[in-house]
Write a protein that binds this ligand. Structure first.
Ligand code: FES
Length: 102
């Protein structure tokens, strides 16, 4: 049994110049939003959901990226609405959001 039911890792890597990075596309702000929504819904904590920052997950061109374990499902998101959908569909109801999956 996993310590967390769903453990999310948001790439929040900031890179200057050259290759694109998730943080240039709003990763930190949307990770903070996700964390606050999870908390607001009472989903945070052991046996439930944990939202963490990560360094580069090496899918930079597809980002901003988040991966959900233990399922190993990767998403690309672009807005608070995308985050809301991941929280509501995947975290609350166990349904992968296919339109955001990478
Ligand atoms: S910068 Fe986010 S996956 Fe590399």
């Amino acid at each position: 049994m996993s310590y967390y039911k769903h453990h999310l890792f948001f790439c929040c890597n900031q890179r200057d110049g050259g290759r694109t990075c998730c943080n240039d596309k709003g990763a930190t702000q949307l990770r903070d939003y996700c964390k606050s929504q999870v908390k607001k819904l009472g989903l945070a904590g052991q046996g439930q959901v944990r939202v963490n920052m990560a360094g580069c997950l090496d899918r930079c061109e597809e980002g901003p990226t988040v991966v959900v374990y233990p399922e190993g499902v990767w998403y690309r998101y672009a807005s608070q609405q995308d985050i809301d959908e991941i929280v509501d569909s995947h975290l609350l109801n166990g349904r992968v959001v296919e339109r955001l999956r990478i």
